[in-house]
Design a protein around this ligand. Structure first.
Ligand code: C2E
Ligand code: MG
Ligand code: MG
Length: 703
């Protein structure tokens, strides 16, 4: 750091104080000098004047004393008495002469000199008159001539000299007066000069202080404005370039602060508005842009289209290949979408999971459909991730503004409904249609109706016998739910179970079925029938961890052993998330509950995977059984499944037995249990009781 820094606030303040002090010191010095000069000069003048007046007065006295001595000569008769008088006269004359000489020596002004000349002349006249009178006295002491000379010459000469000396004294007084006036004027001038210099010094000091204050205050004020702009979220303000060193350091610190805040704000908005995985805008940012695009489109009367896209089979990719692989797939899809949509005005966003959305500014339904086709084509070629090929398909829903709505959330919801429709219909692309919305409106009302169905006991259980081929007896039944709708009549489970699974309401239904089934077992037991019940459990039930404890509590409540119930879990439910399903099944198995894999053959499980599950039973799906006598493929599948299951220690149930031939084929292949219309349709409890008591034995005998 430099020792003296002229750019520093400290230096500037120091300099301004020094300048003010220097100016004031200068003014004081000048004032003191002026006053000193005036007073010294005044003092000298007064002293000189006084000396001259004293000399003049002394000369006057000497002249008068001489004249007095002269007069006394006339009174002294003898000469001896006159001699001392002569000596005195000489002394006075010498003293007068000396005074005169001094006055002449110091005479300065013209009037003074002329007055002295006159005195000198009068003195000479007086001296000669005096001499003449003395000479006459010495000749004749009573001499009247001497008196005459005295009266006519000596005295007038004395008078003239005295008057001249008076003139000199008054000239000196006048001069003294003049000097005094001059002195006063000089003092006045000095005073004015001092006031002027004082004013000038203050002015210079003030000007310097103002300039320095300004050089600090102006950049500081600009810096404050700059800070206020940053506070208001604007980063384009300009900082002052100049100013003292400390202010410059401050503005530079502000500049660094701005850069820091700006980059952090950018990062925050990145986090708030970007999907961290793909770097695409997220739902919030997409919503903002959509609102903006709709507002612009309203003004310019252009259409705006929204595409919502969902990947097919993404869930299974995640489950089979792992989440890391799923993440890579999503990144790959994001890259392809961006590549297929090079227009800057189009926004590609990731809304959630495998759901993407695309905003097409100023494109109508027809153009949007073209873009959707292009996007599907861009995804059509399989992706290679970690050396593995994956085939990703997608379903796209399209909604356009103003045709399908003028509000962002509505448009997005409608594109979503269209996407659902496209997926259900497997058409790839669907444009929104009001009929699709009826579906989703229906969803809400269906859910509340279902709730009421459970609360108001509109659900009823039918039971279908599971016949044991070995004992030729029926010792268990499958509980199958139906909905006795007050207006729509009996609704089969296919029409509401998938919906209940989708909305999570299946938990309530499952709990209801378990409770009712256990109550039914107790009731049959009282009636002398020892029947077990198989209860269907869906994939969603396995997700909730409270199922095992619920089953346990209910068994305890009804006083039943766990071996009285079988829980049927569909193969696809197990394969959706094998790890989780396996854990849930293990906890259920711990209770002692029998577990069965339902609809076997419809999923993609291998027997090896099933082997790791704690299941005791396998139900071959009815689709393999219904045409068993006529379809050789089914024959092969069913026979080998029975053999494999047996080799793994599992019992086999065949469902969907509709005729005697199928029944005997299955029995012949060693199938353990059978279920089907040929044996009995699902029946309400009272009819089932009757079936069990009467018809069953006949039926089985016939088989
Ligand atoms: P599932 O568990 O495989 O039940 C067997 C289905 O096959 C029953 O249909 C039954 O009526 C039908 N079936 C039985 N024998 C024959 C036959 O010989 N021919 C034909 N064509 N069909 C036969 P349902 O009762 O309509 O049930 C359909 C599905 O609904 C069930 O399939 C099950 O997955 C589900 N479901 C039924 N009740 C419940 C329940 O309480 N909870 C859960 N989670 N799902 C249930
Ligand atoms: Mg079942
Ligand atoms: Mg089944």
């Amino acid at each position: 750091m430099k020792f003296v820094d002229m750019q520093s606030v400290g230096f500037r303040l120091g300099a301004s104080v020094a300048i003010v002090v220097a100016v004031l010191a200068g003014v004081s010095a000048v004032a003191i000098h002026q006053l000193d000069a005036v007073s010294v000069r005044g003092e000298a003048l007064v002293r000189e004047g006084l000396r001259k007046v004293t000399l003049a007065r002394s000369a006057q006295n000497d002249a008068q004393s001489e004249a007095t001595r002269l007069h006394s000569l006339f009174l002294l008769g003898e000469r001896d008495r006159r001699v001392p008088v002569y000596l005195e006269i000489d002394r006075h004359r010498a003293s007068l002469y000396a005074s005169m000489m001094k006055l002449i020596d110091s005479a300065g002004r013209e009037d003074e000199r002329s007055a002295l000349e006159r005195i000198q002349k009068a003195r000479e006249a007086f001296n000669s008159a005096s001499m003449e009178a003395v000479e006459l006295i010495e000749l004749d002491p009573d001499a009247s001539d001497a008196r005459k000379v005295m009266l006519e010459k000596t005295m007038p000469a004395l008078q003239t000299m005295l008057a001249a000396i008076d003139d000199l004294v008054s000239a000196q007084a006048a001069a003294a007066e003049r000097y005094t006036a001059e002195l006063t004027a000089a003092q006045e001038r000095s005073k004015q000069r001092i006031v002027f210099l004082g004013f000038l010094g203050s002015l210079v000091g003030f000007a310097f202080s103002w300039l320095i204050a300004r050089s600090i205050a102006v950049p500081l004020r600009q810096t404050v404005q700059f800070a206020d702009m940053i506070a208001g979220g604007r980063f384009d303000g300009s900082l002052p370039a100049g100013g003292p060193r400390e202010v410059k350091a401050l503005t530079q610190a502000f500049s660094r602060m701005r850069a820091g805040i700006a980059s952090r704000e950018e990062r925050i908005s990145e986090l708030a508005y970007r999907d961290p995985l793909t770097g695409l805008p997220n739902r919030s940012l997409f919503g903002d842009r959509l609102r903006q695009a709709i507002a612009n489109a309203e003004r310019s009367r252009y259409p705006v289209s929204v595409l919502v896209m969902d990947l097919d089979r993404f869930k299974s990719v995640n489950q089979v290949l792992g989440y890391e692989y799923g993440d890579k797939l999503l990144k790959g899809v994001a890259a392809r979408l961006k590549e297929a949509l090079p227009r800057k005005s189009d926004t590609v966003a990731r809304l959630a999971g495998d759901e993407f959305a695309i905003l097409l500014a100023s494109q109508d339904v027809r153009e949007a459909t073209g873009v959707a086709n292009r996007l599907l084509r861009s995804l059509a070629s399989p992706m290679t991730l970690d050396g593995q090929l994956v085939d990703v398909g997608a379903s796209i829903g399209i909604a356009s503004s103003p045709e399908h709505g003028r509000e962002a959330s509505l448009l997005l919801a409608r594109a979503d409904a269209a996407m659902d429709a496209a997926r259900r219909a497997k058409t790839g692309i669907a444009v929104f249609d009001p009929a699709m919305e009826a579906d989703s409106e229906g969803t809400v009302s269906l859910l509340s109706e279902l709730r009421r169905a459970v609360a108001e006991e509109q659900l009823i259980l039918f039971f279908q016998p599971k016949v044991n081929f070995g004992s030729k007896r029926c010792d268990s039944v499958e509980a199958l739910v139906r909905w006795q709708h007050p207006e729509r009549g009996m609704i089969p489970p296919d029409q509401f179970i998938p919906f209940a699974e989708h909305t999570g309401f299946i938990r309530e239904i499952t709990k209801w079925v378990i409770d009712k089934s256990l109550a039914q077992i107790v009731s049959w037991r009282r009636a002398g029938l020892n029947i077990g019940v198989a209860i269907n459990v869906s994939a969603r039930d396995l997700v909730y961890e409270d199922l095992p404890s619920f089953v346990d509590d209910k068994l305890l409540e009804h006083g039943l052993g766990a071996d009285r119930i079988t829980l049927e879990v569909t193969e696809s439910a197990v394969m959706d998330d094998p790890k989780r399903a396996c854990e849930a099944l293990k906890r259920l198995a711990k209770l002692g509950v029998r577990l069965s894999v339902d609809d076997f053959g419809t999923g993609y499980s291998s027997l090896a995977q099933l082997k790791r599950m704690p299941v005791q039973e396998m139900k071959i799906d009815k689709s393999f059984v219904l045409e068993l006598p006529t379809n050789p493929n089914d024959t092969v599948i069913v026979r080998s499944t029975i053999n494999l299951a047996h080799s793994m220690g599992l019992e086999v149930v065949a469902e969907g037995i509709e005729d005697a031939q199928t029944l005997s084929l299955l029995q012949g292949w060693g199938c353990d249990f059978g279920q089907g219309y040929f044996l009995s349709k699902p029946l309400p409890a009272p009819q089932l009781e009757a079936w069990l008591r009467g018809h069953s034995q006949k039926m089985l005998a016939a088989a």
